[in-house]
Design a protein around this ligand. Structure first.
Ligand code: ATP
Ligand code: MG
Length: 245
């Protein structure tokens, strides 16, 4: 066990190494490799259908890669069932939010709660501090919340699992600009807690404001990888890869 914790200390939060993923016969990811260092936020960018969600699903174990390795803090996770990957400390804020509409806000948070040995910084109280609107509505049915509030709840649910690695799939999708700014501030605060985060975004500006590192994926292949600082300095280079922004 001593060797395991030594590996854990020295290894990146997440490494994907030559990942190939398929839906049936459709070959979607063609050898995706990327690295998320502990405590950093990596923005995963790309056009519609580029393979961002497929990458996130492969990490979360909702899709099993046919080839390649995925390691979390040095531990292979690519063959584990989703519940074991979640238990190991990966939490997903899925695209399209997917909260339980018939449960109240507080019940949605309660069913997602997982305490972790050693470090469990997140609780109802901390989530309500992050999103005061959720505290105001904690007894309301989640199906009655606005889109922005549902997104906050989806993020709150992921945090209640006290993750080591947080995967967020397009949290700004379909939200009004003021709400996007509010969600962006919350993500920034979460990052300051030292969480390691992959943020999938179509909102290039939001992603660049929050990211330490940037990866662009194009038709299932990595087209660019660099620091956010380099992208800010050489904006055109990346917009070429992205096209749509
Ligand atoms: N369940 C599925 N079965 C078959 N093909 C799929 C399935 N889900 C996605 N695809 C295909 O896989 C490719 C990658 O899709 P993916 O959802 O990963 O893209 P994305 O980058 O997340 O796009 P978006 O920005 O629209 O969410 C697309 O060509 C898509 O049509
Ligand atoms: Mg997607």
């Amino acid at each position: 066990m001593v060797t395991e914790s030594a590996t854990e200390l020295s290894s990146p939060a997440l490494v994907l190494d030559g990942v190939h993923a398929y839906y049936g016969h459709s070959h979607i990811l063609h050898g995706v490799s990327l690295r998320l260092e502990e405590g950093r936020l990596l923005a995963l960018l790309g056009r519609n259908g580029a393979g961002k969600t497929t990458t996130i699903m492969s990490i979360a174990g909702l899709l099993t890669p046919r080839e390649g390795a995925i390691r979390m803090f040095g531990r292979s996770i690519q063959r584990l069932a989703p519940e074991f990957i979640a238990r190991a400390g990966v939490r997903l804020v899925p695209q399209g939010r997917r909260i339980f509409p018939s449960l109240t806000v507080q019940e949605n948070l309660a069913v997602a709660e997982q305490r972790r040995e050693g470090k469990s910084p997140w609780s109802f109280e901390r989530v309500y501090q992050l999103f005061p609107r959720l505290r105001e509505r904690h007894r309301q049915g989640a199906g009655l919340l606005s889109g922005g509030e549902q997104q906050m709840l989806a993020i709150g649910r992921a945090l209640m699992g006290n993750p080591k690695v947080l995967l967020m799939d397009e949290p700004s999708e379909g939200l009004a600009p003021l709400i996007v700014a509010e969600v962006g501030r919350a993500i920034d605060q979460i990052k300051r807690e030292g969480l390691s985060i992959i943020l999938v975004e179509q909102n290039f500006k939001l992603a660049l404001d929050l990211a330490d590192d940037v990866v662009v994926i194009n038709t299932g292949r990595i087209a660019y990888a660099g620091t956010a600082a380099a992208v800010r300095a050489e904006n055109e280079l990346v917009t070429q890869h992205l096209g749509v922004f």
